[in-house]
Design a protein around this ligand. Structure first.
Ligand code: ATR
Length: 263
């Protein structure tokens, strides 16, 4: 990725390797320091790596570098996992299961039926596909740049909402998900009035810094269920770890708490 120094993934994978007694190393490699992403992948492949996780801004490019993309990665249009196997580069997307399992871990008392996604950038497609996988029947998307939300609405068969209307019609929403960079450390705050959300609604912000964005603080103060990006981070890392080693990290809940203590 780039930048990659802030990534929590090395800490997480290293924790699992130590826990399971594996002699292995998971490194953060900044792709921007390299002339060409494809050439970097070749070097790593030839250097004997098992594979790589790919993060912003290379997830779309990672798919094109693959000789064998999974159906899911193709559907999302991005890959965050590349496995080097017998000269092949297998691409997969674990962000979808990461988000779906993070939602499932909330053990919501009713199946969410109606979701609104704020933002139509790189993080949105995996969230959309995950929501479709867990059976959310009505999904809306809104974005400052309307054309990007319209493109995603068309591609995934979901509804487009004008950015100026993001606070309207929240009364029937079960899940409100922020995938914009607004609210992240160093960024502007997301301006949205969420008072119309029902008491049963859940608000998700997929960032991890700060651990509680102003949006999540507002939702928590209203008594709503909230979730930041840590559960998704842990749940998307598990299938990668399984792909490298064929082993399953034992306790995602402990991992989330461990990472939260470091934030
Ligand atoms: P990219 O679109 O290059 O993939 P991203 O970092 O993945 O970028 O996504 C950033 C998201 O935050 C986008 O939805 C972006 O909206 P635009 O598509 O209109 O740029 C959103 N975002 C960033 N700054 C914003 C702002 N000041 N107001 C509203 N949305 C913002």
């Amino acid at each position: 990725g780039h930048p990659v120094s802030q990534s929590l993934s090395p800490v997480l994978h290293q924790r699992w390797m130590e826990h399971l007694g594996l002699e292995a190393e998971y490194l953060a490699i900044d792709g921007e320091n390299n002339q060409c992403f494809h050439a970097l992948l070749k070097d790593l492949q030839q250097g004997g790596y098992l594979g790589v996780n790919v993060t912003i801004p290379f997830k779309e490019e990672a798919l094109t570098a693959s000789t064998s993309p999974s159906k899911l990665a193709q559907r999302v249009g991005a890959a965050n996992l590349l496995l080097f196997r017998d000269g092949d580069v297998i691409a997969d997307n674990t962000d979808v299961d990461g988000f779906a399992n993070a939602i499932n871990s909330l053990e919501l008392s009713h199946q969410p039926a109606h979701a609104r996604i704020l933002g139509a950038g790189g993080a949105a497609p995996a969230v959309i596909v995950a929501l479709q996988q867990i059976g959310v029947g009505h999904i809306e998307i809104t974005n400052r740049t309307a054309s990007k939300a319209m493109e995603k609405a068309d591609r995934f068969g979901i509804d487009f909402i004008d950015w100026d209307d993001r606070s309207k019609g929240l009364g029937g929403i079960d899940l409100l998900i922020n995938t914009t960079s607004l609210g992240m450390k160093g960024q502007q705050t997301l301006e949205i009035d969420i008072h119309e959300l029902p008491a049963s609604a859940t608000v998700v912000d997929i960032v991890t810094t700060p651990p509680e964005t102003p949006l999540l603080a507002q939702a928590r103060n209203m008594g709503l269920k909230v979730m930041n990006g840590l559960p998704m981070l842990v749940y998307q890392a598990i299938p990668s770890f399984q792909a490298w080693f064929g082993l399953t990290p034992p306790s995602p809940g402990d991992d989330i708490a461990f990472l939260a203590r470091g934030l």
